[in-house]
Design a protein around this ligand. Structure first.
Ligand SMILES: Cc1ncc(COP(=O)(O)O)c(C=O)c1O
Length: 444
């Protein structure tokens, strides 16, 4: 079956969904025109849709499923826990086990708390920072995505029409109606621009609760934060008692000891999500005791509130522990080798097709771009309309060739894959690029 097909079961389900959900969907990133493809089941690196079409999954629920679908050990852990009870108004040993595992891997993780999404984790971390130093503002990089919390949504979707002067990037709202005072309390800094960012941070230092960065930001095209940029942020935070938050909801995937080990820095607080829940909803904030102590209830009312009916629910904790325990240093190394093979294969595909394009990323996280610009920050990565169109063409070609990647060129590998799947994917990308070239009349 070729996508799109108005007679497909997915199209029918979407017609039903459109009656009861705005735009027929509850998740922006799973919606697509003319209709989203509905999943029926997944096993290993394969996902099967409701029309029986099987594809190899290079998206893995937006970077979450590091072992692919329905890994037997994760399924068993979830089934065993389900039989013992789904959730309680009591903590469980599962929570202690996952907390110990994660705190044992990253130097700056002295303590941890769990919640149910990456967005929540970022909100909890920002609240902790405000409670720590009593200040209202945060600074964030232009274009960085940190989830749905009001202040971090600012400028995550800035575009050439509204992003303003790079010396002081404009604060742009995503959601209409974002209160002016929320916008005012956000300082937007250019990723990797040490001089401009330092200036903006110093200018607002006495009102800044936190600076939130991402060492490998997905929406800034996986352009890694440079050592100089990270050093500058760490130094300004130390000098002014500002909390340095590292958002690793996505990038925690790149190394056994996390991106802070790879990039050589220690954050005060770190947010996580995705892989640490083994496929179940999850978020976490970890950090140094001095910063996590705002949540400590043992001396009376804590400085920062952090409730949540489903925080560290035993199902998520069981799945997360099973998944992370299997992510040994060897498993991370194997994924990184597979990632390098993928990047090389994709670069060769662009070369052979004689098309402009590049691949960025690290470990098991990669992104395809349809240009050869030199990337430093969000503005240089931001795709032009013609590039978006070519990428969309590639995405749709891949869907019909039996592969799922993100519509923005996002790729996340899983341990369920091998060299064959990676090579087949690169072959399909090559074919797709040739098709795009032919269609645009660029063929030599
Ligand atoms: C870096 C980063 N932070 C935060 C989030 C939000 O996480 P969630 O979708 O679990 O709320 C995401 C989601 O993709 C992310 O990539």
């Amino acid at each position: 079956m070729v996508y799109p097909d108005p007679s497909s079961r997915s199209a029918q389900l979407y017609a039903r969904a459109s009656q009861v959900m705005a735009g027929g969907s509850t998740r922006l990133t799973t919606w697509q025109a003319p209709y989203p493809i509905y999943a029926a089941s997944g096993s290993g690196c394969r996902i099967r849709d409701v029309d029986g079409v099987e594809r190899i999954d290079f998206l893995n629920n937006y970077m979450t499923l590091i072992h692919g679908h329905a890994h037997p050990e994760i399924v068993a852990a979830v089934q065993e826990q389900a039989a013992r009870g789904l959730s309680f108004a009591m903590p469980t040993e599962n929570e202690v086990m996952l907390a110990e595992l994660l705190c044992g891997r990253v130097k700056s993780f002295e303590q941890i708390r769990f919640c149910n999404s990456g967005s929540e984790a970022v909100m909890v971390a920002v609240k902790a920072a405000r409670a720590h130093n009593g200040r209202p503002m945060i600074a964030k990089c232009e274009g960085a995505y940190h989830g749905m919390f009001d202040p971090v949504e600012v400028s995550h979707d800035a575009n050439p029409g509204n992003w303003g002067d790079v010396d002081a990037p404009a604060r742009t709202p995503y959601t209409r109606g974002l209160p002016e005072n929320v916008m005012r309390d956000v300082v937007v800094i250019p990723h990797n621009d040490v001089a401009r960012s330092r200036h903006l941070l110093e200018l607002n230092a006495d009102r800044l609760a936190a600076v939130i960065i991402d060492p490998l930001p997905p929406r800034i095209g996986f352009v890694p934060a440079t050592a100089e940029f990270l050093r500058m942020v760490r130094e300004v935070c130390d000098r002014h008692d500002i909390v340095m938050i590292s958002d690793e909801v996505a990038s925690f995937r790149i190394d056994y000891n996390g991106p802070q080990h790879v990039h050589g820095f220690d954050a005060d607080l770190t947010t996580m999500g995705k892989i640490i829940g083994g496929g179940m909803p999850v978020g976490a904030v970890a950090g140094k005791k001095a910063f996590m102590d705002v949540f400590n209830p043992t001396r009376g009312r804590p400085l920062a509130s952090h409730g949540g009916t489903f925080n560290s629910n035993p199902m998520t904790m069981a799945a997360g522990y099973a998944a992370m325990r299997m992510m040994t240093p060897e498993a991370f190394a194997r994924l990184a080798t597979l990632g390098d093979r993928l990047a090389e294969g994709l670069r060769a595909a662009f070369r052979d097709a004689n098309m402009e394009g590049q691949v960025t990323g690290a470990g098991s996280l990669w992104k395809i771009h349809m240009n050869n610009r030199r990337y430093t920050d969000y503005r240089s990565v931001h795709a032009l309309p013609a590039e978006r169109k070519r990428l969309d063409g590639l995405y749709r070609h891949l869907l019909n060739a039996g592969f799922v990647m993100g519509p923005t060129g996002l790729i996340a590998l899983s341990t369920a894959m091998g060299e064959k799947e990676v090579d087949d994917f690169c072959g399909a990308v090559h074919e797709g690029l040739m098709g795009i070239r032919r269609a645009s009349g660029e063929a030599a």
